[in-house]
Design a protein around this ligand. Structure first.
Ligand code: SER
Length: 316
């Protein structure tokens, strides 16, 4: 039996991860949320939920104790563009929150998964096939919290034996809960715009390559990494994982192949563009493949087929 607390369960990753965990495990899979972002529908009805504000250590500890939690998925964060608008809050949630989670995990013997990101890299990092162990010098608050989070999570593992694990997510593309304020979000918005309006104004410039991943692969990565025998892990916080890399032109043509009337124009957002320019074009995920058997299932073509099928069915 596995008892899991998902902090940030109503967000882009959490809303789907919580449901996937409930499918796979029959223990308590607790949907942690903050007031104003309550779980609804199936997420609310299919299992327990609790108010868990990551900035409140006491609340985390009480929920861990009440549901006998053994694993915490810590998904609370502000995405990159929002974090630039609210850097103090981004630090409070990203680092203060992580510290609370790690302290509870240390005292109450929980394993912890915290997503990291391609945002840990910066302008001095090798851009193509970015290695697992390389320069991490981000200049965004999002990246600063993610690098610090990787270091703190490794510290808690080495110093206190807390079972901390993490992956560096690329841009995540999904059709369930929209992301909010990320630099890679254009690659989600473009599918909604294609189905609803046949037209998309792209905030990221032609030729800007970033790693992306379809949500089903991202959920599998988060679950499979937490299940792997720890003796296989040489790295912990955090693994490069990858499945596809494209620029706006490439995703646009994948959509046009299926919706020939689709049109895209550029209206570049300087803030997001500067962030995107500082991130890698593509990651080398050899370590994840070797240490825990990471293998993506979706590429741009199969993801585009699925996104358009699901969104057309729902929105048209
Ligand atoms: N999707 C995130 C963002 O764009 C990157 O991890 O902020």
């Amino acid at each position: 039996m596995k008892n899991v607390l998902v902090i940030g369960s109503t967000g882009q990753i959490g809303s789907e991860l919580t449901m996937e965990l409930r499918k796979r495990y029959n223990g308590n899979i607790v949907a942690g949320y903050i007031p104003g972002a309550e779980p609804k529908g199936e997420l609310l009805e299919s299992g327990p939920s609790a108010i868990v504000d990551i900035t409140n250590e006491q609340q985390i500890a009480e929920t861990v104790s009440k549901y006998n939690i053994d694993t915490i998925y810590n998904l609370a964060a502000l995405l990159s563009a929002v974090a630039e608008a609210k850097p103090q809050l981004a630090w409070k949630i990203g680092m203060g929150g992580l510290f609370n989670v790690l302290e509870v995990a240390r005292e109450m013997h929980c394993a912890v998964f915290t997503p990291s990101s391609i945002g840990v890299f910066g302008n001095n990092t090798p851009k193509d096939k970015t290695p697992q162990d390389t320069i991490r010098n981000p200049r965004t608050m999002y990246g600063v919290t993610k690098v610090s989070g990787e270091l703190l999570s490794d510290y808690y593992h080495i110093r206190f034996g807390v079972d901390t694990r993490s992956v560096r997510f690329p841009g995540l593309i999904s059709n369930v809960t929209p992301p909010g304020g990320g630099t890679t979000d254009y690659a989600v918005d473009i599918y909604y715009a294609a189905v609803q309006k046949g037209y998309f104004e792209c905030p990221i410039a032609k030729g800007t390559f970033m790693d992306m991943m379809y949500m089903p692969d991202a959920l599998r990565a988060a679950i499979e990494l937490m299940e792997v025998d720890p003796t296989r892990l040489q790295h912990r916080n955090s693994f490069n994982i990858a499945s596809m890399s494209f620029d706006p032109e490439i995703i646009c043509s994948a959509i046009k192949k299926r919706l020939p009337d689709f049109k895209m124009e550029y209206k570049v957002d300087p803030l997001r563009q500067a962030i995107a320019d500082s991130w890698p074009n593509s990651l080398d995920d050899t370590c994840a493949r070797e240490e825990w058997g990471w293998q993506p299932e979706y590429d741009l073509e199969s993801m585009t087929d699925d996104m358009l099928k699901v969104l057309t069915g729902r929105l048209k």
